[in-house]
Design a protein around this ligand. Structure first.
Ligand code: AHR
Length: 657
């Protein structure tokens, strides 16, 4: 079946690509803009899947730092303390109403040569030579003092960095910290924490972070991963998903209120991706919520992107438990949305605005969008959405609501579009994970959409190829990315209805992924952009502010002679930003007539080209397979005329007078 699919795809693609190439004379009508390009046009979709948060962008290196995993010692090895003799116990004070109820109680003895704990990290800890790492631990005891030796060790238990703390303890929890400089780069290091002293101590929140985080924030985000997001200049950041919004059951849904405030008071939860796919099960996948809603808002602000939180609408995943909150029980879900708006935008005098201010951000996060539900479908969704819509529009008419349109483009999607139009919905979130051929054929998807209906959020999409290559990144090959580029010309041509788009999912840990393809792969030390990332970047960095028509013989290019095209203009700089996608295996000769304007004869045409073998992909550790080339082309007697390579995406920049 799989071989048949590959064959089918190959035949279809080669059918499109075999035609001979004449010169294509394209007209860009510079005086007839189609629409303004929404600043939110190209954004990012963040979901904690594939260890994207804990073990990924959240730079914490200790796994199960507060002993709250189902197995409280998962990720830990006990050193020198006898569990049999009760020298190490896990105490649970849940019944006292503690939010982070478990901690380790260790009874130290001067007779033990070594006594302590060792943490394995998330598939190891990525440690870099000459960089500093900040260690934190919370302790309490009636004993007056304890000495803590903190060591980062390699696979052979050799110390590659260490420091110690002489801690004066009290019966209150206190945090102790020290910095460690590493003398080697190790992908899979471990942390050893040894105690010297006598008597009983309580241990919690054992933590190790690189000092170099994004913006050097203590306990912050992994800088290399955020840099890649920054490199996309995204118009929005959607968070926290995806299916984790829904949860397997309603109890396991994402509840933003449990993810804000001091990190030691955030309520850890099992990740729904822990056991969704048995072939990629990850029993150690939990959400610590160290990366919570405050951090997502801050990240969006850092990136200059609109924050786009998606909330549960009273429905768990319809593929999983299919649970629904009854309509009588919907109010807490609606309150979560109202309170979130207050958390993001309310003054520091309001309950939730005050918490935001206490966390360090007295100014508003200027929230403009809120999503209600993820991949919901059916009348049950409409019934619940209606309630949210009614209340939110009454109390917060300034907020635009994103509504769900099901998991794919089938009859569920058609039904929801019809209903949502009747409800005068603002923006509808469509998802499609489809083969490359679908993306080529659907470059025209939005040509026929109602211009007076809700706007489109192409909220999750990715071209899914089948390949025999077993490397997980192999599905992120150039064929997939090229078909997305062709499709994206259709998004841009339809900028009057499409106002938000995002590839999905965003991140994947090379060893701990559940889903592929993904836009950015990483291991504990390196991050790697895929060809799909580069396509997203090419569109996003050449966004322009107005879409213009680009046609051949008066018709938009949507696959004729295997060519796809769209264009925008950067009005301030008078630069045309033309996207030309050639999916054929022949180069093409292109001539452009910028109707209604003159080109600047003193400038050159800049052509940025992404091209390659259809099966080429980047791998973590080898990122040079795929890159962008830039060339400058002289005008031919004042006329923009040039060749574009086979299997290529070209960003053509033409300076107007
Ligand atoms: O992107 C991965 C998953 O795909 C998302 O969680 C979900 O919304 C979709 O089914």
């Amino acid at each position: 079946m799989r071989t048949l699919k590959i064959l089918f795809c190959t035949i279809l693609l080669s059918a499109i690509v075999q035609q001979a190439s004449a010169q294509h004379q394209l007209v860009v009508d510079t005086q007839k803009p189609i629409a303004d390009i929404a600043p939110t046009m190209w954004g990012v979709f963040f979901e904690d899947i594939n260890f994207a948060a804990d073990g990924g962008i959240y730079a914490e290196l200790v796994k199960n730092r507060s002993f709250e995993f189902r197995n409280p010692l998962m990720g830990w090895k006990v050193r020198g303390l006898s569990v049999d003799k009760g020298e190490l116990l896990i105490v649970n004070q849940k019944e006292n109403g503690a939010i982070n109820p478990r901690f380790v109680r260790a009874t130290l003895s001067t007779e033990n040569e070594i006594q302590g704990l060792e943490n394995e990290g998330f598939r190891g800890m990525g440690i870099k030579q000459n960089e500093n790492y900040q260690f934190y631990i919370m302790l309490r005891s009636l004993e007056p003092s304890v000495k803590i030796k903190v060591e980062i060790i390699d696979n052979n238990n050799q110390i590659i960095g260490s420091n110690s703390i002489n801690a004066t303890l009290s019966e209150q929890w206190n945090e102790f910290t020290t910095s460690i400089k590493a003398n080697q780069t190790i992908e899979k290091a471990k942390l050893r924490v040894l105690f010297e002293g006598q008597g009983t101590i309580d241990i919690d929140m054992v933590s190790l972070f690189p000092e170099k985080t994004w913006k050097n924030r203590p306990k912050g985000l992994r800088a290399d991963l955020v840099e890649l997001l920054n490199g996309l200049n995204p118009g929005f950041v959607r968070f926290p998903g995806g299916c984790i919004v829904e949860g397997y059951t309603l109890d396991e849904r994402y509840q933003w209120k449990k993810t804000v405030g001091p990190i030691e008071n955030r309520v850890l939860i099992k990740s729904r991706w822990m056991d969704e796919f048995s072939h990629r099960a990850a029993p150690d996948y939990f959400q610590s919520y160290g990366l919570g809603f405050y951090e997502y808002f801050l990240l969006s602000e850092d990136l200059g992107a609109e924050p786009l939180p998606i909330l549960n609408c009273g429905m768990a995943c319809q593929y999983n438990s299919k649970e629904l909150a009854s309509m009588d029980d919907l109010q807490p879900y609606i309150d979560d949305a109202l309170d979130l708006i207050e958390f993001a935008n309310g003054s520091a005098q309001t309950k939730w605005g005050k918490l935001r201010a206490e966390m360090g951000h007295p100014e508003s996060f200027k929230l403009k969008y809120i999503g209600i539900g993820n991949e919901q479908w059916g009348p049950q969704y409409i019934e619940r959405y209606k309630e949210f819509h009614r209340v939110l529009k009454e109390k917060h008419p300034e907020i635009e609501i994103i509504s769900a349109a099901g998991p794919t483009t089938d009859e569920r999607n058609t039904y929801l579009w019809n209903e949502l139009k009747k409800l005068d919905a603002d923006i509808v979130d469509e998802h499609y994970y489809k083969p490359p051929q679908w993306f080529l054929e659907n470059a025209t998807r939005y040509d026929s959409f109602d211009r007076n209906g809700p706007k489109v959020f192409a909220g999750e999409y990715a071209s899914h190829v089948n390949t025999n290559n077993k490397a997980p990144e192999a599905r992120n090959n150039w064929l997939a990315a090229l078909s997305e580029a062709a499709f994206m010309t259709g998004l841009e041509r339809n900028a009057d209805v499409v106002t938000m788009t995002a590839y999905a999912p965003l991140f994947a840990h090379k060893e701990a992924w559940q889903w592929n393809p993904d836009m950015i792969w990483f291991n504990n030390l390196e991050a790697m952009p895929t060809p799909n990332y580069m396509v997203q970047q090419a569109f996003s960095l050449n966004k322009g502010d107005k879409a213009l028509p680009i046609t051949e013989n008066g018709i938009a290019l949507t696959g004729q002679d295997s060519l796809y095209a769209s264009t925008t203009i950067d009005s301030k700089n008078k630069q045309l930003l033309i996207k030309l996608v050639n999916v054929s295996s022949n180069s093409k000769s292109i001539k452009i007539n910028p109707k209604g304007s003159k080109v600047d004869p003193n400038s050159q045409i800049i052509v940025e080209t992404l091209s390659g073998q259809l099966d080429v992909f980047n791998q973590v550790g080898n990122q040079n397979n795929f890159s962008i080339q830039q060339r400058k082309v002289e005008f031919n007697k004042g006329i923009p005329q040039f060749e574009i390579e086979k299997h290529s995406l070209n960003i053509v920049k033409i300076q107007l007078k």
